[in-house]
Design a binder for this molecule. Structure first.
Ligand code: ASP
Length: 417
């Protein structure tokens, strides 16, 4: 909690410094950004990303060893994917409803004729799904291909569980490496306030505030959708499925949300969100490692909300009426897009091109929302990882193991955040 407090102080300081320089000394901002803010942010991002592949590999392998039974593994996987799909679909319905209700793109003069946006080719979903099996696990790790690492780690864990005593020392090795990684996460997080300061000052300072004013309604719809989704869907799931108080959940998971907010990357936040869920929410590692690592890659409700709102906004700005069929297509494609979206800053916008194409809207429309996306990215990333943690709590509760950290599995470092 002390760390979370320090990060928040750093965020507020970063917002002030960024705003001040943006408005009063733009020239000084460029220098400060190049020599101070960006380097601070980059050091922190690199330190966090450095731990992602080891933490996912080791904790998923250990998680599978802890679960052991393939049937149980399948059940947990099924519940996790079910939770992800249902919550993402709800997220889209919320975003589309708010967009249709408040019409963010209807009142305002949005210059659509000069909008230019070069859409990158979105990777086909089939490739993402079939590509889960790595032909070379070392390449998968070198490239940070999360789904492939998860697949390989689960297989290794399964093998260790099946071989039992024969490979006991390999298991102990994994347990000890896990201790080491958890220690490194705690260590790296000491730098978090400085990193958060740099990232926020850089993001705020380079923001064009005129764009913000024109886009106020769109931003309100996205932020409103994110808030409603967090409170109703995650709060509701925690209360009904997790049998815990939503306040308990949000309070304990807060430190990870702050890191997601400052990094805008679910992947870079993964080490700290795993640690927070295991230590504070008491989700056993066996479940947390699976649900959250998978979720960081494929479950992005915050991104889906932005995409839903952006589709409606762009349609309205271009004076195009969306039919019921098109709205349904948005839900389907955006759920798929959220699976394919990389867990890095701005990735959601790239996948938006796919959703727009699917409903026949001009991809150039992305240029309209581009200017404010950096700020929305911070909030939606925090929502993205909250959904993964909420899922972990609910699955752990349904398996009757919520609060049983340490039993039948490795305890993580006892150091609290
Ligand atoms: N930045 C988001 C994440 O990492 C993805 C996005 O919506 O751009 O979760």
């Amino acid at each position: 909690m002390k760390l979370a407090r320090n990060i928040i102080i750093a965020l507020i300081a970063g917002i002030f410094v960024g705003l001040f320089l943006n408005l009063l000394a733009p020239g000084l901002f460029l220098k400060a950004d190049a020599f101070l803010f960006k380097p601070l942010g980059t050091i922190f991002l690199h330190l966090m990303k450095m731990l992602v592949v080891p933490v996912v590999f080791v904790s998923i392998a250990l998680g599978t060893i802890g679960i052991g039974d393939p049937k149980k593994l399948g059940r947990i996987g099924g519940k996790t994917i079910g939770f992800f799909l249902v919550t993402t679909a709800i997220a889209l319905v919320i975003a589309l409803s708010l967009g249709l209700l408040f019409k963010p793109g209807a009142n305002g003069n949005f210059e659509t004729s000069t909008a230019v946006y070069e859409a990158n080719e979105a990777p086909p979903i089939a490739d993402t799904l079939l590509g889960i099996i790595p032909t070379n696990p070392i390449t998968a790790m070198a490239e940070g291909n999360m789904l492939q690492i998860i697949f390989f780690a689960a297989l290794v864990g399964f093998g260790i569980a099946m071989l039992g005593k024969k490979v006991e020392r390999v298991k102990v090795l994994f347990e000890q490496v896990n201790e080491l990684i958890m220690y490194l996460i705690t260590f790296v997080m000491k730098f978090a306030p400085y990193g958060a300061f740099g990232l926020i000052a850089s993001a705020i300072g380079s923001q064009g505030f005129d764009a913000l004013r024109a886009m106020g309604m769109y931003m309100s719809v996205v932020l409103g959708g994110l808030l409603i989704h967090s409170i109703l869907v995650y709060g509701g799931a925690i209360a009904l499925l997790g049998k815990r108080s939503p306040i308990w959940f949000f309070k304990n998971f807060f430190p990870a949300q702050v890191v997601a907010f400052s990094t805008s990357s679910s992947a870079a936040t993964l080490p700290i969100s795993l640690k927070t869920a295991q230590e504070k929410l008491k989700v056993p590692e066996s479940i947390s490692s699976f649900t959250q690592s998978l979720g960081a890659t494929v479950n992005m409700d915050g991104t889906a909300i932005m995409q839903g709102a952006a589709v409606v906004f762009i349609a309205q700005a271009y004076h195009i009426d969306l039919s019921m069929g098109q709205l349904l297509t948005v839900v389907l494609t955006a759920v798929l897009a959220s699976i394919g979206t990389a867990a890095v800053p701005g990735a959601g916008l790239i996948m938006l091109a796919m959703v727009l194409t699917a409903v026949g809207l001009p991809v150039e429309g992305i240029a309209l929302v581009l200017g404010v996306d950096r700020l929305l990215d911070m909030v939606r990333t925090a929502v993205n990882i909250t959904g993964d943690a909420a899922c972990a709590v609910c699955v752990a509760q349904s398996e009757g193991v919520l609060g049983e950290t340490g039993k039948n599995e490795v305890t993580t470092s006892t150091k609290t955040l």
